[in-house]
Design a protein around this ligand. Structure first.
Ligand SMILES: Cc1cc2nc3c(=O)[nH]c(=O)nc-3n(C[C@H](O)[C@H](O)[C@H](O)COP(=O)(O)O)c2cc1C
Ligand SMILES: [Mn+2]
Length: 469
């Protein structure tokens, strides 16, 4: 395990790679041949995915850069499980462990120096082109930083917030960003802009997967996500002050871009291949100036393959415990929550409740929408339905739903601007229709078929050599 206090592995990106290479070498592939950052990297990742292979891939020789590229970290559930120190277990156990850690956040600690500032590049030395920043899909507008954990500080509360927001390279020191209407980051950045102020942003590149899980965990805007990241890592995140902006960043990250927005400036950004499997459209998006790049002496650059397992899996597994906690307010008997692959790990949510009275299921669905703005469909089922099994959930919908009574819709609600079925997908509208479905058995549900005494039979008594699976 990587999180034991006596672990020989450092709680950072290179430490986790060393752990995998020593103890789970089948998880790591190193590619030494030169690969083009434009479509070459994504072509290899895509081909591996088609073969149902999801290793961590380290590209040691990316054309035009001296930095190794670490890709696909979060594409395998097993790696996410190992990241939080679990040797076994499925999604249920993983979610439980994450919820346990989230409930006991570990505040970060201030330090004066750290490896991430071994090299500091300022002014004319700032050149994003030195990093192996990739272009992924055919119609992408340019190069994209896709695994930048963007840290911002709420100017009203002083609380730090982290999210991944895609960053397009405009110039050597200028990036475009899309902070979706679904993100806390969207609220924070606008607070600065409304006051005519530049919004400081620190882009953290390269860290332990537990750091990603914690800092992306769904939470309210008043949660210090660095403390959740600490909880996932099992120790406080050491924070070193930035050189050019009033923020502090993880001392053991690989690279940090110290940035600030240019208030009221906008540039066309995207199209970009996005998580629903469609291109997010061009919008006039904020512009971010890089004031400094700090990094280790021998930094690793990390990316994420958006629209593929690497992006989808990470987004899916981190939201269920928060949804469950919010649903519990509306329906204390919630038993399980799944955000399934079939909904791109974002748009759909299946909720199992032990129903005590009619009406509860709709309360549960409404609560799920409150918890997660990405959700478009919330399906509530009885607790004997396995929410991780799409077929069982569809069976419940098919047999237990009368649409006029059991389905409600909320038009013109806030959702993802990348929803291909929003009111205006070509313009990236964030307005969508939410649908709640009560697929529980109603009071008048007919009796279900059953075979008496079937469980008492040993089939081997009748079918010689028979073995249950
Ligand atoms: C690989 C990856 C890429 C993402 N890209 C974006 C993005 O470009 N814009 C965005 O708003 N959210 C993006 N997200 C989702 C947010 O990072 C996520 O919802 C996060 O929890 C938001 O944090 P916040 O609500 O604290 O701002 C991405 C997530 C992942 C895993
Ligand atoms: Mn947040």
């Amino acid at each position: 395990m990587s999180l034991r206090s006596n672990s020989p592995y450092s709680p950072d990106l290179r430490g986790f790679i060393a752990f995998l290479e020593a103890e789970h070498p089948e998880h790591v592939i190193r590619i030494t041949r030169e690969v083009d950052p434009k479509f070459g990297v994504s072509a290899i990742l895509h081909r591996l995915e088609k073969d149902e292979k999801f290793p961590l891939v380290i590209f040691e020789n990316v054309k035009g850069s001296r930095l190794p590229l670490v890709a696909n970290m979060h594409a395998s559930f097993e790696r996410l499980r190992l990241a939080v120190g679990l040797d076994n277990g499925g999604v249920r156990e993983f979610v439980k462990e994450c919820a346990r850690r989230e409930a006991s956040p570990i505040a970060p600690v201030a330090v004066e120096t750290g490896p991430v500032q071994e090299i500091v590049r300022l002014g004319a030395d700032v050149d994003i082109e030195a990093l192996p920043v990739c272009t992924y899909h055919e119609k992408d507008a340019g190069k994209y930083i896709t695994a930048g954990l963007v840290l911002m500080r709420d100017p009203d509360t002083g609380i730090d917030n982290i999210g991944i927001y895609r960053l397009m390279v405009h110039e050597r020191n200028l990036l475009g960003v899309q902070i979706s209407e679904t993100a806390d980051g969207n609220v924070i950045w606008k607070k600065y802009e409304r006051r005519g102020l530049a919004c400081p942003m620190a882009v953290i590149l390269g860290h332990h997967p537990a750091f990603f899980i914690g800092s992306l965990a769904f939470s309210s805007i008043d949660t210090d996500e660095l403390a959740v990241a600490g909880a996932m890592l099992g120790r406080p995140v050491p924070l070193v002050p930035c050189r050019t902006i009033p923020l502090a960043v993880p001392a053991d990250a690989e690279i940090v871009l110290e940035c600030e927005t240019r208030p009221h400036e906008r540039r066309p950004e995207a199209p970009f291949g996005e998580f629903p499997g469609t291109y997010g459209p061009e919008r006039m998006n904020p512009v971010v100036e890089i004031k400094a790049i700090t990094h280790r002496r021998d930094p690793l650059y990390q990316n994420a393959f958006v629209g593929h397992a690497d992006n989808l899996l990470l987004s899916g597994v981190i939201r269920t415990s928060f949804i469950e906690n919010v649903v519990k307010i509306a329906c204390p008997t919630v038993r399980a929550v799944a955000v399934p692959r079939s909904g791109r790990f974002r748009f759909m949510c299946f909720i199992a409740i032990e129903k005590m009275m009619e009406g509860e299921a709709k309360q549960a669905a409404m609560a799920a929408f409150v918890a997660d703005p990405f959700l478009k469909f919330a399906v509530v089922v009885d607790h004997d339905v396995d929410v991780w099994n799409d077929t069982e959930v569809l069976h419940a919908i098919a047999t237990r739903v009368r649409a006029d009574r059991d389905i409600f819709m909320v038009p013109w609600a806030k959702g993802s601007p990348l929803d291909p079925a929003s009111y205006d997908p070509a313009q990236g509208s964030h307005l969508v229709t939410k649908t709640g479905i009560d697929a529980t058995r109603k009071d008048n549900y007919p009796e279900e078929i059953a075979v008496p005494d079937a469980d008492g039979i040993d089939l081997a008594d009748f079918i010689p050599g028979y073995r249950a699976r």
